[in-house]
Design a protein around this ligand. Sequence first.
Ligand SMILES: *Cc1c(COP(=O)(O)O)cnc(C)c1O
Length: 353
Amino acid sequence: MMTDSMSTPIAAKLARPELLELTPYESARRIGGQGDVWINANESPFNNSELNKLNRYPECQPTSLINAYAEYSKVSADNIVTCRGADEAIELLIRAFCVPAVDSIACFGPTYGMYAISAKTFNIGVTNLSLTKDYQLPNAFAQQVGDAKIVFICNPNNPTGTIIDKDTIETAIASMPNAIVVIDEAYIEFSPQYSVADLIPKYPNLVVLRTLSKAFALAGARCGFLMANSDIIDLIMRVIAPYPVPLPVQQVAEKALSDNGISLMEQQVASLKQQGLRLTASLTKAGATVLPANGNFVLAEFDKVELIAAALKQAGIVARAYKDPRLAARIRFSFSSQTDTDRLIAVLDRLNQ
Ligand SMILES: *Cc1c(COP(=O)(O)O)cnc(C)c1O
């Protein structure tokens, strides 16, 4: 499949060449076998945990978890890889496609910092492009990314909370057919109508990243998903660890993706958005300029940001400020519970007096 040059899939064209030759590690778990005495993996026969089979290596890609995410995302199970959070997915993509000291990635800032950091840890170049002042893709972005192997677009964007409409994202994917275009949908549950996951069958260069860390309230579990055409999936499987998903993580993830789990998530998303509206009103009243919030956070710009920062600190409220000069005088507030929001609003109201 990866050798036919007439129809070389984009994954093979862009892959680090040595990966195409690589025989992937065959873990005992992957080789498998038939029988009831399992002595092929140097595991302990003793299970000292309440969790069934915790003494055994887990499946590399737990079928029931992949199926649960396929059902939730409406993406075919063949097009999904699960890993330790979207952060690991970013790293896997860079390791699969980028040759150190030769290749580069591109991203549009201000945006999530891990694209650039992950690239730099592998000595991969970073083309840092800027979003427009309305946080949209700049003109002629396809030329600006040059020969970047991977182009990251975060939608909704962290930390601005802004969104790029679906048609524009589709145009971007179509206009960069010689790059892997990664749409990071870490916050998509807060704006599901913007997802491009349904475009995966249409674009061989599209990758969509997802996570259970945000709307699904499982940041501590470390569970994310990379979704793409099967050529890209095959390549990712060559660089992924033999056992990326711990058994307890698989179990909590599957519970989160059950019907009950999904409706709990939807309820909590609605409630967080509600608190977000209260917070936004209060920030506006305090004189901040607030961007429309399409995720579970809002970015606010203040005239007297030091005053706000000091008041928050004194009240024991930890929000996020940035070093990027494009984000000067801005603070990002994650939406939280009613009680947390009450406290934050009280601090902002006091400043108004
Ligand atoms: C939080 C976040 C991630 C990381 O998600 P994990 O699954 O927790 O690794 C990735 N991308 C963006 C844009 C994020 O905000």
